[in-house]
Design a protein around this ligand. Structure first.
Ligand code: HEC
Ligand code: HEC
Length: 330
C-alpha cells in the first residue's frame, strides 16, 4: 500500500481538526449567513424601515435612530425623538438583532416582529399611531399593490407592516469579520489581537459575552462586583418581571461591530471602548486592567466588525393627494 493517500488523509484530518476543533472549543461562534428569507417581504420591509412617513413628523424613520451607515445605531447617548424629545435610553444596534433572545435592554419584546410595532406609536419616538401609519400607507397605491403582492389580497394592517420589517431586519447580519475568519482557520489576527482575545476569555468576559453575537443571549446584572453609578432611571429586567432580584439586569449587548456603536451601556455614558472595558473589568469581574491589557482587549473587540449589509437605498413610493400630511410641529 502506498503511503501517499494516508498522508493526504492525515493532512486533511489535521486541517479539519485545526478548524473544526477551534470552532468546537471557542466560546464565540461565527455569524452564519441568513437562510429561509422571504425576499419579497424583505424588500417591502426595507422600504418601511426607511420610510419617515410612519412617524407623525414625516421626518423620523427607523433608520433615523438605527442608521445603517453607522452600524445600525445613532451614536448618541440617548436618542432624539419626536419634537427633539430626549430619549430615555441608548439605542442598541439593529445589526444581528435577530440573534437576541429577546428585544430591548429589558427584553420586554419577545421578538423582532413584536418590537417593530413599538416605536411607531411611541409618543417619545415616532409619535404616530398604528391607525394613522396604516392610513398613510393605504393612501399610496404602490404600497397597496406591493402589500398585496407580498401578503395576498386584503387590507394593510400593522401585523403585515411588522412582519415585513422583521423579515428585513433578519437580513442585517454581519458575517465575515476578521475574527470569524480566524475562527474558521484563517490567519487574520495580529499577535496583539490574539493576546486580547485570550485575555477576554481568560479574565471571564466570555461568561456573559459568548455565542455568535458575543452577547445577546442572557440577562445579567450591571455591577456584579461593584454597583454601577448612573442617573439613568432604567431598572432593567425588573421593570418587566416585577421581581426585585432582576433590578439592574440588562440584556447583555452584542459586541459584534462594537467599534461602530459608541457610546456604550444602556445610559450611553461611556464614550470610548477603553472606558467601557475598564468599567466592565472593575464592575463585572473585580479586575483592574493595565493600560496595555485594556488596549489588547480593545484591539480584539475591533476584529468583531463584520461585513456591513450592502443596501441599495430604497426609493419610496410618493404620497398622493389623499395621503395625510405630516405634522412635525405638533
Ligand atoms: C427615536 C429613535 C428610535 C426610532 C425612530 C426607532 N428606534 Fe428602535 N430603538 C430605539 C431605542 C432607544 C431602543 C432601546 C429601547 C429600550 O431598550 O428600552 C430601540 C430598540 C430597538 C430594537 C431592539 C434591539 C435590541 O438589541 O434590543 C430593535 C430591533 C429596534 N429598535 C428596531 C426599530 C425599528 C424596526 C424601528 C422603526 C419601526 C425603530 N427601531 C425605530 C430608538 C429608536
Ligand atoms: C456578568 C456578565 C458580564 C461580564 C462578565 C462582562 N460583561 Fe460586558 N456587559 C454586560 C452587560 C449586562 C452589559 C450592559 C450593561 C449596561 O448597559 O448597563 C455589558 C456591556 C458591555 C459593553 C458595552 C456594549 C454596548 O454596546 O453598550 C462592552 C464593550 C463590554 N460589555 C465588554 C466586556 C468586557 C471586555 C468584559 C470583560 C472584561 C465584559 N464585558 C464582561 C455583562 C457582562
Amino acid at each position: 500500500m502506498s503511503l501517499k493517500p494516508l498522508l493526504t488523509l492525515s493532512t486533511a484530518l489535521t486541517t479539519l481538526l485545526a478548524t473544526g476543533l477551534v470552532l468546537a472549543q471557542e466560546p464565540i461562534q461565527p455569524i452564519a449567513l441568513v437562510h429561509n428569507i422571504n425576499l419579497a417581504q424583505v424588500e417591502l420591509g426595507k422600504k418601511l424601515f426607511f420610510d419617515p412617513r410612519l412617524s407623525k413628523s414625516g421626518f423620523i424613520s427607523c433608520n433615523s435612530c438605527h442608521n445603517m451607515s453607522m452600524g445600525g445605531s445613532d451614536n448618541l447617548k440617548t436618542s432624539i425623538g419626536h419634537k427633539w424629545q430626549q430619549g430615555p435610553i441608548n439605542a442598541p444596534t439593529v445589526l444581528n438583532s435577530s440573534l437576541n433572545l429577546a428585544q430591548f435592554w429589558d427584553g420586554r419584546a419577545a421578538d423582532l416582529q413584536e418590537q417593530a410595532g413599538g416605536p411607531i406609536a411611541n409618543p417619545g419616538e415616532m409619535a404616530s399611531t398604528h391607525t394613522l401609519a396604516i392610513d398613510v400607507l393605504a393612501s399610496i397605491p404602490q404600497y397597496r399593490i406591493e402589500f398585496e403582492q407580498v401578503f395576498g389580497k386584503g387590507e394593510i394592517d400593522i401585523d403585515k407592516v411588522t412582519v415585513a420589517i422583521a423579515e428585513f431586519e433578519k437580513t442585517l447580519v454581519t458575517p465575515n469579520s476578521r475574527f470569524d475568519r480566524w475562527l474558521m482557520g484563517e490567519n487574520t489576527l495580529t499577535e496583539q489581537e490574539l493576546a486580547g482575545y485570550n485575555l477576554f476569555k481568560n479574565s471571564g468576559c466570555v461568561a456573559c459575552h459568548n455565542g455568535p453575537a458575543v452577547g445577546g443571549n442572557s440577562f445579567q446584572k450591571m455591577g456584579v462586583v461593584k454597583p454601577y453609578q448612573t442617573d439613568n432611571k432604567a431598572q432593567g429586567l425588573a421593570g418587566v418581571t416585577g421581581n426585585d432580584a432582576d433590578r439592574f439586569k440588562f440584556k447583555v449587548p452584542t459586541l459584534r461591530n462594537v467599534e461602530l456603536t459608541y457610546p456604550y451601556f444602556h445610559d450611553g455614558e461611556s464614550d470610548t471602548l477603553t472606558e467601557a472595558v475598564e468599567i466592565m473589568g472593575k464592575l463585572q469581574l473585580g479586575r483592574t486592567f493595565t493600560d496595555e491589557e485594556n488596549a489588547l482587549i480593545v484591539s480584539f473587540l475591533k476584529t468583531l466588525t463584520g461585513d456591513q449589509p450592502s443596501l441599495i437605498l430604497p426609493i419610496l413610493p410618493p404620497s398622493t393627494d389623499q395621503t395625510l400630511r405630516p405634522t412635525p410641529f405638533d
